[in-house]
Every structure is written in C-alpha cells, then in structure tokens.
Design a protein. Structure first.
Ligand code: KG4
Ligand code: ZN
Length: 356
C-alpha cells in the first residue's frame, strides 16, 4: 500500500513514496536555500517559480528511486496548507493531475499534521495517547493535544514570531546567513547560556501561548547598547560570499561575548518552549510528547528535553524528517486513506489552514 506524498508549502519541493504509513521507500527534497539565502528569508514569488521548475523532476526522482509506477500507487497525498498560497498551488495542481490521469484517490494533508506524523511514523505504538505535540518551525509554534486516532485540540500557539523565525531574525541581525537556526544552535554550544539574562514572555490570557518578538527586540537592544557594528558588518560581508560556512569559520568571526549572547538567546527560546509544553502536558495528563518541526533539530532543545527527565516518553523526529519533507505528508495520509477521507477535484490551497 504505497502513497505518493507531495510537499510544496514553503521553500522545499519534496516528493516521497511511503509504504504502509511508515516505511519510507523514497524521499526527495529539493531545497531553494540558495535562491532565498541572499534575501535573508523566503521570497514568495521566487518560491512559486522554483517549485514550478522542480516539481516534475522531484516527483519523477521519488518514483524512480522507489522503482514504482503510478498504477502501483494507492493514492496521491498533497499538502493543502498552511503555507504560501502560490507554493501550495504548485503541489496541489500537480497532485491533482497525477491523481486524475491515473485514476487515484487524492488526499489533502495539513502541513502541521505532517510534522506530527514525521514522529508518529517512527514511534509507532510507543506513542501513548493523549500525547502532547510541540510543533516548532520557521512558520509555526503550536501546542496540540493528540488523542487516539489522531484527533487534535489546539492548546496554545505563538502570538507573533514562530520559534524558527526568531532564530532566523536574530541570526540576520547578527550578520549570519539564512537560515540562522542551525548556525546559532552550533555557536550556542561555545557560549555561556547564563551570561545574559532575558526574561520569559509574560502572556496575558492563555498561558500556553508563546511570544518571541520581545526576545528578538531584547537581543537588538543588547546589540545596540554595544559597539558591534564592525563585527556584524564583517559577518555580513562574509555570509554574502560564503553562505554555507562551516562552524569553525563562523566561530572565527564570533567573539566570546557574541557566543555568550547567542547561547543565552537559545537558552531563553528553549525555556519558553519547554516551560509552556510542560505546563500543557500536565493539563492534559499527557502520556507522551512529540517535539517536531525544523526547530526540533536543535541540539540544545533535545538535550534539555532529555535532561528534564520527564515522566513520559519524548519523541523527536530524526533530523531529515524534522525539516520539511514529503515522507511526513504521505505518512499523515495513511490513516485518512484507511478511513476513505479523500479530497475532491475542487481542492484548493489554504494558506491559513488550521489543524484544530
Ligand atoms: O519545518 P521547517 O523546515 O519549515 C517550516 O515549516 O517552517 O523549519 C525551518 C525552520 C527555520 O526557521 C530554521 O532556522 C529552523 O527551522 N531550524 C532550527 C534548527 N534547524 C532548523 N532552529 C534552531 N535550531 C536548529 N538546529
Ligand atoms: Zn514545516
């Protein structure tokens, strides 16, 4: 029972074939990092154009790597949203074309549910319900309760920047390349996380909501109060010509005080994420935790979750499944296939699609 998954919600064109909901037969991800890197973030018009360029070869490669022909597929699954509408549209139109011409059912998948299944597909029956899911990526920071059968309830979400977005913005203001999350994560391990004390966001209303824009502003104020212009400009110059530098190269451009600032920033983001997630887990009497999305690659977050010695299993995706990919979309489609939840030809991209 093979499902072809297609994912084009942001800046990765991805296709994968997954068998039985959990065995990845092929997974191809074509990243647009080099296109958007010089703008310091994703440019929606360029993203759509790049998806158009990549979608046919990426899907073909996924099918070839799986040694699979279209009639052997059980269904075609595609990300409906949330994401950039022009980017989503490319995947949806292509998925419809395959499904229609090969007479296959079409399955619409929520991108956030995809991130949750990136973990669920590997954790299998170890994942106990109710589970708490923290989905933290460049576009989202959400807490969900997952009940048996993958039914969701939204518990909290960011009111401003997503966690990954906060990493990318702080990295940009410090002169590092895009995306900044992986760079700051590595530099953080060379600094003192207690050096700068940033307060956690105070939330009025729902205490399970997040906020990261105040932290970003606090970092900016810290930088403005010091004479860092030359140091930052040197990194900016370097990142223009060497966007994919090694950690050693970034460290050579990062004095100890800046390493400490980055370690302290990371420490605060992790505290913000884990404090609210732990609170939510208590409220729903969670039996396990899922931490997923691009930020789940963060070494500091993984270590902190391990050290917290939580009374339930904490499941992270492996890094290749943490960032955007299509295997998670095909996996999330499997229970929908079993329930016969198919989409009609009128399926539309939904930029603000919610999960619960
Ligand atoms: O899930 P993803 O590929 O795309 C979205 O759905 O947004 O996540 C990408 C985000 C970027 O903001 C990137 O900086 C962040 O995940 N990210 C990280 C790390 N690796 C990726 N943030 C912190 N630490 C990391 N190691
Ligand atoms: Zn994502």
């Amino acid at each position: 029972m093979r499902i072809l998954g297609i994912e084009t919600s942001c800046d990765e064109t991805a296709a994968a074939v997954v068998e039985g909901g959990s065995r990845i037969v092929s997974s191809v991800v074509s990243s647009q990092l080099d296109v958007h890197g010089k703008y310091g973030g994703v440019v929606p018009e360029l993203a759509s154009r790049e998806h158009l360029r990549a979608i046919v070869p990426v899907v073909r490669q996924a099918m070839e790597q799986a040694s699979c022909s279209y009639p052997e597929l059980a269904a075609v699954a595609v990300t409906q949203g949330p994401g950039l509408v022009g980017s989503l549209l490319v995947g949806i139109v292509y998925a419809k074309a395959i499904a229609m011409s090969c007479k296959l059912p079409l399955i619409a998948v929520n991108h956030l549910e995809g991130h949750i299944h990136a973990v669920a597909m590997e954790a299998g029956s170890q994942l106990q319900f109710p589970a708490l899911a923290l989905v933290a990526s460049g576009g989202h920071t959400h807490l969900f309760e997952i009940r048996e059968g993958f039914h969701y309830r939204l518990l909290g979400r960011t009111r401003d920047d997503a966690a990954g977005e906060a990493y990318d913005k702080v990295a940009k203001l410090l002169g590092y390349s895009y995306p900044g999350g992986p760079i700051l994560d590595q530099i953080a391990s060379y600094g003192d996380p207690q050096a700068v004390s940033f307060p956690l966001a105070k939330m009025k209303g729902n205490p399970l909501d997040f906020s990261f824009s105040g932290l970003k502003t606090a970092v900016l104020r810290w930088v403005e109060a010091r004479n860092m212009a030359a140091e930052i400009e040197a990194r900016k110059q370097w990142s223009r010509s060497h966007p994919r530098s090694s950690i050693e190269e970034w460290l050579a451009l990062t004095p100890p005080a800046t390493r400490d600032l980055i370690a302290s920033f990371q420490h605060t983001v992790i505290r913000e994420l884990l404090t609210r997630a732990e609170m939510a887990a208590g409220m729903i009497s969670a039996k396990s935790w899922v931490i997923t999305g691009g930020v789940a690659c963060n070494a500091g977050l993984r270590a902190a979750a391990r050290q917290a010695k939580l009374p339930y299993g904490v499941f992270f995706p492996r890094p290749a499944l943490a960032t955007d990919n299509a295997a998670m979309i095909a996996a999330a489609a499997f229970p929908k296939y079993q329930r016969g939840e198919f989409a009609g030809w009128e399926l539309k991209a939904h930029a603000g699609l919610t999960l619960a």
